[in-house]
Design a protein. Sequence first.
Length: 271
Amino acid sequence: MTITCDISDVAPYINWDYFFYAWGMHNKSEADKQSLRQEAEQTLTRLQGRYHVYALFELFEAYAEGDDIVVGTHRLPMLRQQQEDSDFLCLSDFIAPRDGHSDARLQSLTARIGVFATSVDHGLETDFNRDDYQRMMVQLLADRLAEAMAERMHEQVRKTYWGYAPDEQLSMQELHVEKFQGIRPAVGYPSLPDTSLNFLLDELIGMRQIGIRLTESGAMKPHASVSGLLMAHPAARYFTLGRIGQDQLVDYARRRGLPLEVVRKFLASNL
């Protein structure tokens, strides 16, 4: 499913703390932050109607097989924590195994998975290059809009499309601190660091439908784009993968069906 939104529909979901951090203002006074936010909101008003924000998602039946998540004929290899001080978590732990689960309610929640991507109009990254300040302002706002769209889309999925939390009533602050059930691990983030997984997600949902193209490494263009998975397991939580050993690197390359040296480049920061 594709969703197109006006900026004014998505702006309420912006997490301004991340905007201040990206601007280098997170340690400034509240007055300074509010002044910057007011300017940013005025910029959003000027962008309204000229540019839009997009979401794309699909829900699939899925099952876990070892550290892989299997979606139809597609296999999504995941990575498991290996450090001694970790909980040895893997995202596949939050998906039901193929043979099901004794708890019918839990099985109904975990035998599915969502795949999503969000992005903005390409012009937000190209139409403001003549003014460095405006280019920076609009780029950071575009990043926040893509993240805000993921927040908005995920809320709609939980309450309506997947519908496992139809009575959820959370404030924006509660959304931003993830009081909801389930997670949406994003590609390139700590539990899902391999950006080349975007190639597999693209096969499932067709990211070009919302204007996303992938580089050779799987990075998304426009830069203000987010992609990832939607998981509903009540116990699902975010984690940092951390360092992995040569044994898992070799196994992961085998499961990805890619040369070891190629995968080594994708996961360089985790080796």
